[in-house]
Design a protein around this ligand. Structure first.
Ligand code: ASP
Ligand code: MG
Length: 417
């Protein structure tokens, strides 16, 4: 039996009773002969409360002190889980980010993991059969010795990084859903749980709106080839046979996936807004004059279309930004109006993006056409299209999102029987 990382999110450690339940899950794997490192989040709601306290203390607070405060939620749960494990007869100790250490950049509040040395944990597995309980979400910036955090949802990233560092055979993410679905089951009741999904597909799904794991954790898993298994923490530990495959979704290299669908999943996001700038001077440098000020204001631009100009002198440009950034984006453009030289600007916050994703698309022509036909059959107008090797995204009116997702889910034969 090999080495495992088991990660538990906030709802799984929300109170002492649930922490005991987590301890039973861990004990099961240890009993089956696994070497185990556990990564925990803070209790559900705890981090929000800590963030709120920082804001209350001062609207403009020191980011280093913010990290000191918000990292504390995970310190509590790692200690409590170690206690619960010991009480259950399992040798265990907690590790804070600074103790391991989990070295990160100095970007307080959204630090990046640079290095974790897993050798000490491996030594303790061998010599003491000791379970490591690692606080997720936190690290240390070695140059200053200060506590850092990885950004909201960051304990997924901690888990994958620990798995890479100890060369785990798998990183199990225990969460409140029992896997990754073809699309959101609340929108499409006939959505199916996927047995496997390729890293690249999962990365697209997460970036495009599926909220199973932090996007960065999947990037990291892809780079280090860490196999990640998304499974439910609500299954009774005693009902699980560690020798048979439990329900869940394996996120893995595409080489491990035998049966490849053309489209694996459908993602959607309502956090979109569209900006159209009409009758811009059509000359070299115009795109730079628009997107430069947006980049300076730290605003991400997603989809872009530029129309052919009718008279060779003026053109229209349409693009999307996150809805929460719309007013800042409009501000930045209006300030740069003299340099851009446009006649008209309009914005629409009632748009949404729907995307089909699948590595099978690379080998199959006509996939996008099915999408366009399906939407047109439903009378849904496409406002912007963007594509990559493994996805096609369209921007449509927000009111049609559910209809579009359901129709596409059937069109690509993803519905359960
Ligand atoms: N506790 C942190 C948060 O709520 C990290 C995590 O749960 O992944 O964002
Ligand atoms: Mg989470």
């Amino acid at each position: 039996m090999g080495r495992l990382v088991m990660k538990f999110g906030g709802t799984s450690v929300a109170d002492i009773e649930r922490i005991r339940n987590v301890a039973r899950h861990v004990k099961r794997e240890v009993a089956a002969g696994h070497e185990v490192a556990v990564v925990v989040s803070a209790m559900a709601g705890a981090t929000n409360r800590l963030v709120e306290w920082c804001r209350e203390a001062s609207a403009l607070h020191d980011a280093r002190e913010y990290d000191t405060v918000v990292a504390s939620g995970e310190q509590v749960t790692s200690g409590l889980l170690a206690i619960a494990l010991q009480a259950a007869g399992v040798n265990a100790r907690s590790w804070q980010g600074w103790q391991l250490p989990i070295k990160t950049s100095d970007a307080h509040g959204s630090a990046r993991i640079l290095d974790i040395n897993g050798e000490e944990l491996i030594k303790r597995f061998k010599e003491r059969k000791e379970v490591a309980v690692v606080s997720g979400f936190q690290g240390i910036y070695p140059d200053t010795g200060r506590v850092t955090t990885l950004g909201r949802g960051g304990s997924d990233t901690s888990a994958v990084a620990v798995a890479a560092a100890i060369r785990a055979e798998r990183c199990d993410i225990y969460t409140d859903v029992d896997g990754v679905y073809t699309t959101d089951p609340r929108v499409v009741p006939r959505a199916r749980r996927l047995d496997k999904i390729a890293f690249e597909e999962m990365l697209e799904m997460a970036s495009l709106g599926a909220k199973v794991m932090q996007v960065r954790s999947i990037e990291l898993a892809m780079v280090h080839q860490v196999r990640v298994f998304v499974r439910s923490s609500f299954d009774k530990p005693e009902d699980i046979d560690p020798h048979t495959a439990p329900p869940g979704t394996l996120i893995c290299d595409e080489a491990e996936i035998m049966e490849q669908q053309v489209v694996t999943g459908i993602a959607f996001s309502k956090d979109e807004a569209q900006i159209s700038i009409r009758r811009v001077q059509d000359k070299p440098g115009v795109a730079a004059s628009i997107f430069g000020p947006l980049a300076e204001a730290n605003i991400n631009v997603d989809m872009i279309v530029q129309n052919v100009s009718e008279d060779g002198r003026r053109t229209d440009l349409t693009f999307t930004v996150a809805r929460s950034e719309l007013s800042r984006a409009l501000d930045a453009i209006e300030k740069a109006a003299p340099q851009i030289g446009y006649k008209e600007i309009s914005a629409d916050a009632n748009v949404a993006k729907v995307s089909i994703i699948g590595i099978g698309m690379r080998a199959h022509p006509g996939v996008a056409q099915t999408m366009f036909r399906t939407l047109s059959d439903k009378g849904i107008n496409i406002q912007v299209i963007s594509t990559s090797e493994i996805k096609v995204s369209v921007l449509i009116a927000e009111e049609y999102v559910e209809l579009a997702v359901r129709a596409l889910h059937s069109a690509y034969e993803l519905d359960t029987a």
